[in-house]
Design a protein around this ligand. Sequence first.
Ligand SMILES: [Zn+2]
Length: 178
Amino acid sequence: MTHANGNSLTRRGFFASTGAAALTVASTPVVASVEAGSASNFKFEINRTVDEWLTQLGEQSYAIMREGFTEAPKSSPLWEETRAGTYHCKGCDLHNYSANQKVVLEKGWVFFYHAEPDSVLMAIDGAVPEYGAMSEDAALIELHCRRCAGHLGHLVIIAGGMKHCINGASLDFKPTAA
Ligand SMILES: [Zn+2]
């Protein structure tokens, strides 16, 4: 809140001092929307230090879940897993996905039609070359865990519809007991 207000005051001061009245008016809705987004006091339920995350996740899952990297296709055995069971966030064990929503696609990541209710949040991500989004302007919808913010993957259109394209390194699979 304080930060956003500071920015808007600085901008208004700049426009006023240069006499750019038209720009001041035009920028008002934009500033307002930025303030609305920045004013959120949302806090994730689970927060750990960098060292704690590294110890818990290991280097590969840390790079994916806490820094937003994407694993190499078919690097996780979960991509072709077909047993019944549930998929849990590796960062906090929240039940994010279920096997009955999973589809195996040759692309080699872990695909689901839907997440479990109230388990996954979305954000706007930047370019992801691994998914063919090479341009700096390309934006994808990132999927992350509702409880610990851990980066899971992206929402993509593939094989005729929208899918959750998830890194196996972000998930723990718990097969249903036979
Ligand atoms: Zn989590």
